[in-house]
Structures are given as C-alpha cells and as structure tokens.
Design a protein around this ligand. Structure first.
Ligand SMILES: Cc1cc2nc3c(=O)[nH]c(=O)nc-3n(C[C@H](O)[C@H](O)[C@H](O)COP(=O)(O)OP(=O)(O)OC[C@H]3O[C@@H](n4cnc5c(N)ncnc54)[C@H](O)[C@@H]3O)c2cc1C
Length: 312
C-alpha cells in the first residue's frame, strides 16, 4: 500500500469540500475501497482518504411521514436486522443479509454498497495491469477475453462488467431516492453509467441519505452466486409489488442494475405461476449473452420466477 493521508470528516459538507479538492476517496466501512488501494488497481493513487465514519448521526433508520429514511452509514448487518426494514422492505433486508459474510456486513455500509466499484477481474487485476475502459483506457479486455462473469444484456459496446451490488436492485424495486450533498436521484438513475464510473456521483459528492416510500409493498430478493457464503452475485433479482404495480430489477447481468419493463407488463394482471413464467420469458427474450456466459441466462430465468412466486 502506498502512503496517503487520512482525514476524519466532521460533517458531510466537510467531507465534500475536502474531497472536491481532488486526489481523494471516501472511506466508510472500507471493505471495498481498501482492497482497491492494496491491489493498486486505480490509474491514479489517492493522496487522501476522507473518513465518513467519523461523522456522527449518519447511521439511523427512521420513519418520517410517507418515507423511511436510511443514513448512509447504516451497516448491512443493521439493515438486515432492522424490524422496520424486515417488515416493510423484505427485499432490502434479504439483499443486505446476502452480502458477503458476517464480517463484511458488520463493517460494510449501505452507502458503500451502492457506491462500490465494479468487480470485473480485468479492472481488479493488481497494479493496474489492464488499463480498461473503466479506467479511462480504450479497450474492454473482457470483451475479447474471459467474459464468464460479465453482462448478458446487450453490453456489446463499452464496459461489459456486471453490476456487483446486492442492495441496488432492491432499492430500485422499492422506488428509493438517493440524496447527496448536491442532488437527489431516483435509485434507477443513480447507477445509469456505463464507463469510467460506477455511479453518477461527481468528485466530492457524498451520499447523505436513502429514502424509501413508506407504502404497502410486498417484495422479495433472490441471489445466485457460485458459493453460498462470501460471494458476489452472478445474478440477483428484486421484485416489489404495490398499488402502483410490480417493479422487477436484475443485477449482475448488465453494467448497472436493470429494470425489466417488458416483464413488468406481463405482470399487469397480478402475479401467478403463469404470469411469473411469462415475465421470466420476457426477461430472457432480451438477453444477448457473450461467448462464455450463456449459462447466466437460465439463472436469470429461474431467479425471476422464484422471486415473483415468493410475493405471489
Ligand atoms: C470478500 C468480499 C466479498 C464481498 N461480497 C459482496 C457481495 O456479496 N455483495 C455486495 O454487494 N458487495 C460485496 N462486497 C463489497 C463490499 O464489501 C460491500 O459492497 C460493502 O457494502 C461496501 O461498503 P463499505 O462501507 O465497506 O464501503 P467502502 O469500502 O468504505 O467504500 C466503497 C466505495 O464507496 C464510496 N463511498 C462509501 N460511502 C460513500 C458515501 N456515503 N458517499 C459517497 N461515496 C461513498 C467509497 O469512496 C468507495 O469508492 C464484498 C467485498 C469483499 C472484500
């Protein structure tokens, strides 16, 4: 690891103004960011880490009017165990519960989970040996190389790394809003980037709160990984059904979590075995797997069916 300075922020605006000077990265639980520094995967090494955990009072989960508010420093363990989240937003509790293993869930935060960098093995190779598109280079090495863990939905151009976050599909399915120090994004727009960044945040922008509409919702989350413990999703799926219809979102299949409107349309008359099967068919009809990852299409089909039948 190379030397860097460590700055304990006292507030989100303090963190934002310190980091916006450039050459800085935020650190929350550190379960992702420290690995990127140890392996030296980034083209420019940060001179400074801006610690968010030194900011008091950002680890709340509270109901306020028609939203539930979640602070960015809530750990995945706390999220998975919280009674409000478990009873209202089952898909989010289940997603948090399936992230990695107990130690990462104790340290890792919801803010860090949605802001983590992608997991492509070319991008993550130590010492920045593959200067790929995600690092500002001009080649996606996975596209002509080994794409077995990569996108299956039409990422023929640009980066084909698959979205790694377990909580992101749940937040999109629940129609969450992500507040930052300078803007407010619907969760569906927060990840809408296919290139050098994993999300829309600008340098120095801090996620300050996640808000979820507090309405009657039935929801579920399913994940398939090679190993049951401590493994990123090959595919994950979240579905949420409310008076506004069903929202269905897949992760691990595209550079960002992917909402599936055609599948949602198949569920307009309600969720049954028949409509869940039709939704799963609508999902896989759009798949365009690469040479080594067609197996993920059948996983996606199975997960969509299972997730929907869980809330039928
Ligand atoms: C072995 C292993 C297994 C893992 N398995 C999974 C898995 O199964 N599923 C999964 O989803 N993830 C997994 N992860 C990734 C990671 O542990 C989790 O995503 C965790 O939630 C990250 O949270 P953190 O607080 O530790 O983030 P950090 O490492 O502190 O930060 C991650 C990134 O987010 C940025 N960041 C953090 N907080 C904020 C904020 N409030 N505003 C703006 N930027 C911010 C940081 O600058 C950094 O770029 C795994 C990691 C490891 C090492």
């Amino acid at each position: 690891m190379r030397p860097f300075t460590h700055f304990d922020a006292s507030s989100t605006s303090d963190a934002a103004s310190t980091a916006s000077a450039g050459g800085a990265l935020f650190i929350a639980g550190g379960t992702d960011v420290l690995g990127t520094l140890k392996d030296e995967i980034l083209p420019t090494y940060p001179r400074r880490l801006v610690n968010l955990k030194s900011i008091e009072g950002l680890d709340y989960i509270k109901e306020e009017g028609d939203v539930v508010k979640i602070g960015p420093l809530v750990t995945l363990e706390a999220l998975a165990e919280d009674e409000t989240v478990r009873s209202r937003f089952a898909c989010l509790a289940a997603a948090a519960e399936r992230v990695s293993g107990p130690t990462q869930r104790k340290m890792g935060t919801i803010g860090g989970n949605i802001c983590q960098m992608h997991r492509c093995w070319y991008f993550r190779t130590p010492e920045n040996r593959f200067p790929c598109l995600r690092k500002g280079g001009d080649t996606c090495f996975a596209f002509t190389g080994d794409s077995r863990y990569h996108s299956i939905f039409g990422a023929e151009q640009g980066c084909i790394a698959a979205s790694p976050h377990d909580t992101a599909p749940a937040l999109i399915a629940l129609d969450a809003t992500i507040q930052t120090t300078s803007a407010s994004y619907s969760a569906a727009d927060f990840f809408a980037v296919n290139g050098a960044r994993s999300n829309v945040l600008q340098d120095g922008e801090v996620v300050t709160e996640i808000q979820i509409p507090n309405r009657e919702t039935r929801s579920a989350f399913q994940k398939f990984a090679e190993r049951k413990a401590i493994d990123f999703p090959l595919v994950n799926c979240a579905a949420a059904s409310s008076s506004e219809g069903v929202r269905l979102v897949l992760g691990g299949v595209f550079p960002m979590p992917l909402r599936m409107p055609d599948a949602e349309a198949a569920l307009a008359g309600g969720i049954s075995e028949g409509s869940a099967g039709a939704a799963a068919d609508a999902v896989v009809a759009l798949a365009k797997p690469l040479s080594k990852n067609a197996y993920k299409v059948e996983i996606a089909r199975a997960l969509v069916g299972r997730t929907l039948l869980e809330i039928a």
